[in-house]
Every structure is written in structure tokens, then in C-alpha cells.
Design a protein around this ligand. Sequence first.
Ligand code: SF4
Ligand code: SF4
Length: 434
Amino acid sequence: MISKVSTIEDTKGLLGMLPTLTAGVPDDIFITTDNARCPKSEVYVKEGDYVRIGQLIGMRHAAFFDQPIHCTVSGTVVGYEKHYHRSGKMVNFIHIKNDHKDELDPSIKPRSDEEIAKLTREDFMEILKQTASVGLGGSSFPTYIKFNTKAKIDTILINGVECEPYITADHRLMLEHPEEIVEGIRYLQQAFDCKKVLICVKNKYDDLKKVYRSFLKRFEGSQIELCPVGNFYPQGWEVAMIKSATGIEIPSGHLPSEFGIADFNVSTVYGIYQAVKFNRPVYERNISITGDAIRYPSNFVVRIGTPLRNLLDLCGGYTDPEVNKVFILGGPMMGASLPSDDCIITKTVTSVIVLNETPSVEEPCIRCGSCMLNCPTHLSPKLIMDAVKAKDKEKIKQLQPLRCVECGLCSYVCTSHIRVTDYIRKAKIFAKMP
Ligand code: SF4
Ligand code: SF4
């Protein structure tokens, strides 16, 4: 069964070797008003208004933060439409008719190196707050909140591990934009007054190691180092990456900052560079469109708000249109499945994987123990599943399902094809009940 886990890595293949393509910006763009983190929102524009790239057009509200909504094309507000969001739910999107003039909001303008050199950590936080920078590895957590720590940070980790199968968008971003990424890292060093930076990549990526070892020679004495880590899943999970890179084990319920560590996904660092250097919100991102149902899997730079169907067309459509499809937003291990391709690319969509459906029948648990052996958080998924089936709330709580990071390994390794992770998700709901 362990060998099944080791084969997770074998799916990236050729795609990681092909350059990123720029997807044409469609005539119609859709900007989500609310999302899973921000259930409420206000919209500042109305039908008929002219809008520009980077213009503030609304505000999302979460329990303890607000998140500005920016326009990603220039054009005219048409109204609202419902489409699927990466959460797997239908939500409201503002529909904007693109005039293809790419007019920028006046707030997008470059900062000089002299201005940047004077920025304090509070200034960086304000810039990232106003430009709505979030974790672009999929977390969508506001970046400025990570900066708001009293802990002394002595190591910054850059997460370029991208350990889920199929996805290579970060890999290509790192190969194609080392200058911008290292500049973003230097902003982090300045903001945290922290010299030591480890850029974590999988040890097997010789191309990345070559590019960064060579590029970092320009910054000798800067203490920015390449840090090859394991080739296994879930090496990109922050706790596993920190352990491999520094030897520090972050106990459940604790933050990396308590151990002097701040970690950022590499796409987020690229976004930080754009925000600080140009005062530019994230209005486009790198994304992988892949899977065995796609005729020409590709990595794209995509305008936020692009319908997935446009990208599927650019990939040459489906290999076999007659076969039912499985749509996964994010990686196949942790991503959300969607009932259709009527979905919009938002800021935190790292990838879309489309697979030809291969029906598998769940069989009874044979108590092989594989799910327990492979759980990176040392849970007992089989026992949690049993407790969920028995609706035994006390037992569920004792088994601590809230420590689960939803990596999906327990389902992946299950000999009986049981969707064990679905039971763990249900257990989390039970565990939160009084
Ligand atoms: S999904 Fe949760 S329970 Fe299952 S292997 Fe991953 S961390 Fe463990
Ligand atoms: S749930 Fe699946 S992996 Fe876990 S013990 Fe049962 S058969 Fe094995």
C-alpha cells in the first residue's frame, strides 16, 4: 500500500516541462461577491458603471477581517449571475463585459526602490490589505494577518513544493519568474527583519535547483538558500515542509510563528511582489488545467473571473466527450469536486483537474490498517469512520478528527475504495458540536 502512495508523484510528467501559456481574456468576466471565508459582501458598483482593472468594486466580510473586491478587466458592469465557486457551491458573481482596453485603475502605479526601502512592516501590511493579497496556494487566508505577529521571526520558508499530483503551475512560475520571486522574498526579509530564507522545492526537480542555485549567486551573503525537501505527498503541507526543512515539529494547535517561522506559498510571494512593486491586486494567476479527460493539458496565466469552459476550449476540449467527467478544483487529494464545468476561476484556484469517471464500488472495510499507517497526522481514520457510523459523539471527540488536514490519503490508500476522508469531514462536524 505504501507503494501506492509513492505513485502519486508520477502524474506531472510532460506538463511541468512545457512553458506557461497566456490565456486570452474572455469577453465576459465574473467576479465573486462572497466566498467560503467571507459569507457577506457589499458591492460598490451598479449595472452600467464603467470599471477598470484593479478598481475597488466591493468588500467581502468575514468574521474577523474584510477583503476588498477588485475588478480584473476594464469594461461595463452588466449585472449578476450564479456560477459554481471553488467551494463547490453556487454563488453570486458580478458580470462584467470586457472592453479589451485593459484600462488600469489609477491606484496601480509603481513604487520606486527608494520608496520600498523605507517601508515598515506596518506599511507592508497596509499594502497587502488594500490589494487583498491572500494565500494563493489555495488557503485564501489574508496575507497581512501573517505579518501581524509579535513573535520574532528568524526563518522564512517559501513553499514551492506543490506536492499534489497533476499540478505544475507553481513549478512553471518558479522557473519562469525567479527575479520577481526573489524580489518578493527580499520584501519579506525587510518586513520581518529576518535574513534567513529557505526556498523549499522537491529534491527531484533538478531544473528548479539549477535555476535557483545559479540565480541566487547574484545575492551572495543574503542568506536566501535553496532547500530541497522530500518527493512525497503531503510534503507541501506546512507542518511536513517545516519539519523537513528545519527539523522543527510544529505540534497540533500551534502556529509556526511560535517557533520563529513564517511560511509563504511561492505564488503568494509572486503576488506580494506585484502588490508592493506596482500596488497591483492579484488580477491574474498561474493555473494548471489537466487530467486524463483533457485533450491538451496546459498551464496558463489566467485573468481572474474567467469561466472554466473558456479554458477547456483552449485545451482542445475533452478526450472523450461521451464519458462522464469528474471535475476537481485544486489538487485531486485535497480539492473540491464540482458537479459541472460551469465554474469561474477565482484567485485561489491553483488547478482544475478533469478526469474520465471510472466507477468504483465501495466494499466493506477489511481492517488492513493502511489508512492509519499513512495518515500524516497520526489519526485512526478507520476508527473515526466507525464512530461516525455509530453516531458516537464522545468516541469521535476522543479520536480528535479536528487534527485532520484533509490530505485525502486515507481514501487514496483504502483497499476497499471507501471514501474515508468524507467520514472524517463528517466527524469534524460532530466534534464541533457541544
Ligand atoms: S484525510 Fe485526515 S484522516 Fe485522512 S489521512 Fe489525511 S489527515 Fe489523516
Ligand atoms: S478503511 Fe480502508 S484502509 Fe482503512 S482499514 Fe478499512 S479497508 Fe483498510
